[in-house]
Every structure is written in structure tokens, then in C-alpha cells.
Design a protein around this ligand. Structure first.
Ligand code: NA7
Length: 292
């Protein structure tokens, strides 16, 4: 029997994932707060569900990928929420980046109804979502993961089971804090170098051959050097992830002074932005600060 897939959230990440499930032949039902965003998936063969509960009721595996904790609360427990619609024996997978606490609360609500839950935030950006090569950071049971693996394989390439529910979100928040700090560090160093009369590409050339090389250099830095900040990973979402990481740190008594300082910079850039830029727009802040 073919596994029926439900998808709630057709933003930058969700929509290309939906396209890949259709391509792989999974029957797909979708819902998005703004219905027009579903038009092309419906034209490609997806069914529209009237609300999250209806999508859930028709799905063996339901994915959610929405902005933030309030959005997840809304689609799980709001009017016509997904959790009340899910059938016993189905699996709910939340790929939004939220808190480990919310993941554990959702897992408990699911367990009461005989539903399995995985927190499974992703990384890889819009490129990874489009090419079906996302990396999943997963919290939950191995047996549940094994069951849903064929569905995951249509949208992802690497799958890390990191511990019980909440572990996926914990590692995702830690990872994004590292990405934010790397871009922040590079942006400050770029301003230092260019402000001292050396071209930014010279810095990159050396970094690429040194211990300071990283994926960020390959993916983000070429655009930063060109002054292009079209959102692949929107600043507003990185800002949210940094806030959630700092909240988690506080909850667990873990000091994160560099993260807290970088959060202030990202906050200023977000407040000043007239557009909806990529998180690498933090480089604009340091360029401006040094040329002022
Ligand atoms: P986007 O492109 O900003 O899309 C966000 C999605 O979340 C989009 O479908 C929104 O619906 C939906 N959303 C936001 N708030 C709500 C509420 N309150 N109720 C229902 N749906 C909502 O984000 P990405 O796709 O890049 O990222 C999604 C997640 O993955 C996020 O946690 C990232 O950090 C990682 P809309 O179309 O605006 O009506």
C-alpha cells in the first residue's frame, strides 16, 4: 500500500519538498494558511485539505514545516488542528525549527492518541529542498524513523537520529547558532580587511586553504562579496533560531556570550532591513559601520 503524505506549510522549504513527494509518486494532500501558495502543487497533482485536521485525517505520515513556535501551536492545536485529526498508528513529523520543549509536548500529545512523533528540523536551504538533498536532525524512536524512511528519502539525503524527542531541535538550534556566528565573524573580518585596504577576495582565497575554511565560505561568501542578499535562509528565521537557542541556553544554565552579542547585531540588521534579506545581510551592517 502506498503511504499517503500530508504537508502543512508551503513556504520556501515546504513547497519544494511537496514537489519532490509528488515526483516520487506519493499521494499528497496539502494545506497552507495562504491558499494561493498551493496552486502549483495542486496543478501538479496534490489534493487540497480544507484545514490541518482534514489533511491529518487523510495522511499516514503528516509533515509540518511552518515558521516558528506560535505557528506550530496553531496548526497542531488551533481550531481544526492537525493533532485531533491524526489517526492512531500514523506518524507526525515536524520539520519546523522550534524549541525542544515544544517537540516534547507534541510528542506527549501524540502518544496519548497512539500517534508516533518525530522532531525533524532540516538544513540545506532552498537548494537542498529543491534538489531533495536535505539533511534531517531527528529526535524520536528508531523504529518510527525506519518506518518513515522511504518518505524521508524522497526529500532528504542525510538522516541523523540524535536521541529522544527534542534532540533534533536541540542540535538544530546549536548548529544554526554556529552558522550565525561564522557569518558574523566573516563579516567583521571582511570589514577589517577591506577597511585596511586589502580586497575581500584575498581574504577568501587564504581562508579556503586554511583551517578556517567552512561550508559557509562556499555557500554564503560569494554572494556577500557581490553584495547580494536575496533570501535563501531568511534573516528573520535565523534571528528566531538564535533567540530560541539563547532561551534554551538560559533554561539550562549554559552561558553563550558570543551568541548573545551576535544576536544583538542580527536584531539591529533585522530592524533596519527594508527588504526581507538573507541572514548573510549581517555583512551589510559591518560594511556600513566601517565605511561611516
Ligand atoms: P517561510 O518561507 O517563511 O514559510 C513559513 C510557512 O509557515 C508558510 O507556509 C506560512 O504560511 C506558515 N505560517 C506562518 N505562520 C503561520 C500560522 N500562524 N499558522 C499557519 N501557518 C503559518 O519559511 P521556510 O519555509 O523557509 O521555513 C519553515 C521552517 O523551516 C522554519 O521553522 C525555518 O526556521 C525552518 P503563509 O504562506 O505565510 O500563509
Amino acid at each position: 500500500m502506498t503511504t499517503s503524505v500530508g504537508l502543512i506549510g508551503l513556504g520556501l522549504m515546504g513547497k519544494p519538498m511537496g514537489r519532490n513527494w509528488l515526483k516520487a509518486g506519493f499521494p499528497l494532500t496539502v494545506w497552507n494558511r495562504t491558499k494561493s501558495r498551493a496552486d502549483d502543487l495542486i496543478a501538479a497533482g496534490a489534493k487540497w485539505g480544507a484545514n490541518p485536521r482534514e489533511v491529518a485525517a487523510g495522511s499516514d505520515v503528516l509533515f509540518t514545516i511552518v515558521s516558528d513556535p506560535p505557528a506550530v501551536e496553531e496548526v497542531f492545536w488551533g481550531a481544526n488542528g492537525a493533532i485531533e485529526g491524526l489517526r492512531r498508528g500514523s506518524v507526525l513529523i515536524d520539520s519546523s525549527t522550534v524549541t525542544p520543549g515544544l517537540a516534547r509536548r507534541a510528542a506527549a500529545a501524540c502518544a496519548e492518541r497512539g500517534i508516533e512523533f518525530l522532531d525533524a528540523p532540516v538544513t540545506g536551504g532552498t537548494w537542498g529542498a529543491e534538489s531533495g538533498e536535505l539533511l534531517f536532525m531527528i529526535g524520536g524512536k528508531q523504529e518510527t524513523l525506519t518506518r518513515v524512511m522511504p518518505v524521508l528519502q524522497a526529500v532528504g539525503k542525510k538522516f541523523f537520529l540524535l536521541g529522544p524527542n527534542g534532540a533534533g531541535q536541540t542540535v538544530k538550534l546549536a548548529m544554526n547558532m554556529i552558522l550565525a556566528l561564522q557569518v558574523e565573524a566573516f563579516s567583521e573580518a571582511l570589514a577589517l580587511v577591506t577597511g585596511s585596504g586589502v580586497g575581500g577576495e584575498k581574504l577568501v582565497e587564504v581562508l579556503q586553504s586554511s583551517m578556517a575554511r567552512s561550508g559557509v565560505l562556499d555557500v554564503k561568501i560569494p554572494a556577500i562579496l557581490k553584495g547580494e542578499f536575496k533570501a535563501s535562509f531568511p534573516l528573520k528565521l535565523m534571528h528566531k533560531d538564535m533567540r530560541l537557542a539563547l532561551e534554551l541556553a538560559k533554561e539550562n544554565g549554559v552561558p553563550m556570550p558570543a551568541g548573545a552579542a551576535a544576536y544583538q547585531t542580527y536584531s539591529s540588521v533585522k530592524d533596519a532591513a527594508q527588504d526581507d534579506p538573507d541572514f548573510s545581510a549581517v555583512a551589510r551592517f559591518w560594511k556600513k559601520a566601517t565605511s561611516a
